[in-house]
Write a protein that binds this ligand. Structure first.
Ligand SMILES: [Zn+2]
Length: 126
């Protein structure tokens, strides 16, 4: 992939770190926008969080730690949270309880979708 492929074809690059190796996730801006728009249409109350999740996909590393377990950097990049089996350890998730779609869960769901994988079990509505 050349720089022109990225810029000229509106490609975005997410970073999925797996077993210490960085896996580059390439998708179009349209694909990411589509996930945000579809998720927001189906779940209007999630719109703000879906947009923050898209920001995390674009600018923060998401590390795969094994089966259904991910370390997701926080929006401000100062912390990271473990998302495991559809649960997150962030304060937003803990406050709202089981099944809450925090931005970290949504970000993992988006990156997995953009990477051409099947949606996660108990995963995000994107
Ligand atoms: Zn979270």
């Amino acid at each position: 992939m050349t720089k022109c492929d990225i810029v000229c074809n509106n490609m975005i690059v997410g970073r999925l770190v797996s077993h210490g190796k960085e896996e580059i996730v390439v998708a179009t801006i349209e694909a990411l926008r589509g996930l945000v728009e579809r998720g927001s249409r189906d779940n209007p109350h999630l719109m703000g969080r879906l947009e923050k999740a898209a920001f995390i996909v674009l600018l923060r590393p998401i590390e795969s730690l094994g089966e259904s377990t991910y370390r997701v950097a926080s929006e401000d990049a100062l912390k990271s949270y473990i998302v495991q089996n559809g649960q997150c350890e962030c304060p937003d998730y803990v406050r709202h309880g089981n099944g809450h779609f925090c931005k970290h869960r949504l970000a993992v769901g988006m990156l997995v979708r953009l990477n051409g994988r099947k949606p996660l079990k108990g995963g995000a509505p994107v």
